[in-house]
Ligand binder design. Structure first.
Ligand code: PBG
Length: 327
C-alpha cells in the first residue's frame, strides 16, 4: 500500500518515542504536600490517604530527608493544631504548629523550598475558611487574619505562601502585608481557581477540617463554570500573584489548559486528596496498575498546561522519572 504518512514510524521503539515526546516532565516541577501536627515523635498514618502520615515537627525532619533524597525540591505544609477556636487563632500563633515546624525544619533543609498553605479551616472550631458573621464567612474580617497568618509563616521561615481560602482581595491584602514588613521578595502562589469539590473529602478527614455546618460553596467556585476561572485568575494577576493554581486537577484539565494559555504566570495544578485516594483504592482492589495510572494522570496534567504539580505522589513520581517510566 502506498502510504506517505505512517505515524507508527515514530512509535517504533523507546528511543524514538523518547525523542519525539511532546511533554517532558522533571522532578523540579513537583511539590509534595505534608501534614504537621502538635507533639513529638509522631508518625501517624492517615486512613483516608494510604501512604501519607501526620508528622510532629521533629519527625517531619526525617520525612524531609526522604523528600530530599527523592529529589523533590519543594513541599507544601498543612498544619493540624491541637486546639481550635471560633477565629482560628492557632493559624497565626507564633508558636503554632506550622510556625514551629518551619523554625525547626527550614534551617536544617535550606535546599528544600518551603511553601505553606494559608487558610483558616484547619484552625476554626466551625471548620469554615474564615471568620463567621452569623452563618456566613465575613470576607474583609477574614483578610486581616489571613494577612497575620501569612506574615507569621514568612517570619518563621516559609519561602512562599499559598492562600487557599478563596476570599476576595486576599492576594492584594497579603502582598501589602508582606511588603510592609519588608518581605517584598517572598512570592505568593494563589489558589486562584479553586472549585468547591467533593474531591477534598480525604483531606478534610486528614486535617479534621470539614465544615461543621453548610458547605464551602459561598466562597469556593461552582464547578459548572469555566469563564469564571479566567475572571478569578485575572484578578489575582492584577493583585500581584506570582504563580496561579487550578485545583483540583484531573476533572479540570480544560480549566488548566485555558488558564495557562490566557496568562503568562507559571501555572500550578493541585492533584488533590480524592484523586490520590481513588487511584490508591482501585490499585488496592487489584483493578488498576497503580504506578501506570499515577504516571498517566500526572503527565496529563502537565500536557494540559501545568508547569508545577502538587501531588501526594511526588516522591513516587520522582522515582518513576529516575527509572525512565516517564520524563
Ligand atoms: C484548605 C485546603 C483544602 C485543601 C487544600 N487546602 C481543603 C478545602 O478547601 O476544603 C484540599 C487539598 C486536598 O484535597 O488534597 N482550605
Amino acid at each position: 500500500m502506498e502510504l506517505l504518512n505512517r505515524p507508527r514510524r515514530l512509535r517504533a521503539n523507546p528511543l524514538i518515542r523518547g525523542m519525539v515526546r511532546e511533554t517532558r516532565i522533571s522532578k523540579s516541577a513537583l511539590i509534595y504536600p505534608i501534614f504537621v501536627r502538635e507533639g513529638t515523635g509522631i508518625v501517624e498514618p492517615i486512613p483516608s490517604l494510604p501512604g501519607q502520615f501526620r508528622y510532629s515537627p521533629d519527625t517531619l525532619c526525617q520525612e524531609l530527608e526522604r523528600v530530599r533524597k527523592a529529589g523533590v525540591p519543594a513541599i507544601m505544609l498543612f498544619g493540624i493544631p491541637d486546639h481550635k477556636d471560633e477565629k482560628g487563632s492557632g493559624a497565626w500563633d507564633e508558636n503554632g504548629v506550622v510556625q514551629k515546624a518551619l523554625r525547626m525544619a527550614k534551617p536544617q533543609f535550606p535546599e528544600i523550598y518551603f511553601i505553606t498553605d494559608v487558610c483558616m479551616c484547619e484552625y476554626t472550631s466551625h471548620g469554615h475558611c474564615g471568620i463567621l458573621r452569623g452563618q456566613e464567612v465575613d470576607n474583609d474580617q477574614t483578610l486581616e487574619v489571613l494577612c497575620r497568618t501569612a506574615l507569621s509563616h514568612v517570619e518563621a521561615g516559609a519561602d512562599m505562601v499559598a492562600p487557599s481560602d478563596m476570599m476576595d482581595g486576599r492576594i492584594l491584602a497579603i502582598r501589602q502585608a508582606l511588603d510592609k514588613a519588608g518581605h517584598q521578595n517572598t512570592p505568593i502562589m494563589s489558589y486562584a481557581v479553586k472549585y468547591a469539590s467533593a474531591f477534598y473529602g480525604p483531606f478534610r478527614d486528614a486535617a479534621g477540617s470539614a465544615p461543621s455546618f453548610g458547605d464551602r460553596k459561598g466562597y469556593q467556585m461552582d464547578y459548572h463554570n469555566r469563564r469564571e476561572a479566567l475572571k478569578e485568575a485575572a484578578q489575582d494577576v492584577e493583585q500581584g500573584a506570582d504563580i496561579l493554581m487550578v485545583k483540583p486537577a484531573l476533572s479540570y484539565l480544560d480549566v488548566i489548559h485555558e488558564v495557562s494559555q490566557a496568562f503568562s504566570l507559571p501555572m500550578a495544578a493541585y492533584s488533590v486528596s480524592g484523586e490520590y485516594a481513588m487511584i490508591k483504592s482501585a490499585a488496592a482492589a487489584g483493578l488498576i496498575d497503580e504506578a501506570a495510572v499515577a504516571c498517566e494522570s500526572a503527565v496529563s496534567i502537565f500536557r494540559a498546561g501545568a508547569d508545577l504539580l502538587i501531588t501526594y505522589y511526588a516522591k513516587e513520581l520522582a522515582g518513576w522519572i529516575d527509572e525512565g517510566r516517564i520524563g
